[in-house]
Design a protein around this ligand. Structure first.
Ligand SMILES: [Fe+2]
Length: 175
C-alpha cells in the first residue's frame, strides 16, 4: 500500500468511518488512536531528552571519537523528534514540549563513559518499545518510520558500544 499524506490521514481520522475503524483496530490488536498518541508523545519526550544529552555531551567531550559519536547520535535523535512531531500533527494533536526525565538522570552522571552506557540503555528501551509496538501499528507510513527508527537505534547502540570498547582497550587515547 502506498503511503498516505498527513492530510489524507487527518481527513480519515475525522470521518465517521474512522470511529468504526477504531473499534476494529482495538479488536484486531492494533494500537488505538489514544494509545498511539501516548506512545508518540512518550517517544518524542525521550528523543528530545536524548538529543539534549548528546548535544551537551558532544560539547563537553574532549575525546574526538566520543564527540563525533555524540554528534552523530544527536543528529539522529533530532531527526526522530521531527518525525514524531509530524505524526502527532497528522493525528490532530499539538506535540508535547516536555523533555523526558532521562535528560536529568543522564546529565547527573559526570563520567562520560558511564553516561554513554546509560544513554545506550535508554536507546535499548526505545528499541524494545518499538519492537513491541510495530506489529500493532496499522498505518503504513508510521509503520515504515518506526521500523527505520528501530534500525537507526540498533545501529547507534552498536556504534556507541564499539567506540567505548576501543577507548577502553586503548586508555591512552582517552581525553
Ligand atoms: Fe533515541
Amino acid at each position: 500500500m502506498a503511503d498516505r499524506s498527513a492530510d489524507a490521514a487527518r481527513a480519515e481520522l475525522s470521518s465517521p468511518a474512522c470511529m468504526m475503524h477504531e473499534a476494529d483496530d482495538a479488536y484486531m490488536g492494533y494500537l488505538s488512536r489514544d494509545e498511539l498518541i501516548n506512545f508518540l508523545t512518550e517517544l518524542l519526550e525521550a528523543e528530545r531528552a536524548g538529543a539534549r544529552v548528546t548535544l551537551e555531551t558532544a560539547r563537553a567531550a574532549d575525546n574526538p571519537p566520543i564527540a563525533e559519536l555524540m554528534r552523530a547520535v544527536q543528529r539522529d535523535e533530532a531527526h526522530w523528534c521531527g518525525m514524531l512531531t509530524r505524526h502527532l500533527w497528522a493525528l490532530g494533536v499539538t506535540p508535547s514540549d516536555n523533555v523526558g526525565a532521562f535528560y536529568g538522570k543522564a546529565m547527573a552522571i559526570a563520567d562520560l563513559g558511564e553516561r554513554i552506557a546509560f544513554l545506550n540503555r535508554g536507546q535499548g528501551w526505545v528499541v524494545r518499545k518499538l519492537r513491541e509496538a510495530l506489529p500493532r501499528v496499522r498505518a503504513d507510513a508510521l509503520h515504515a518510520d518506526f521500523a527505520e527508527m528501530l534500525r537507526s537505534h540498533e545501529t547507534n547502540i552498536a556504534r556507541a558500544t564499539e567506540v567505548m570498547t576501543q577507548i577502553t582497550i586503548s586508555p591512552a587515547s582517552t581525553g
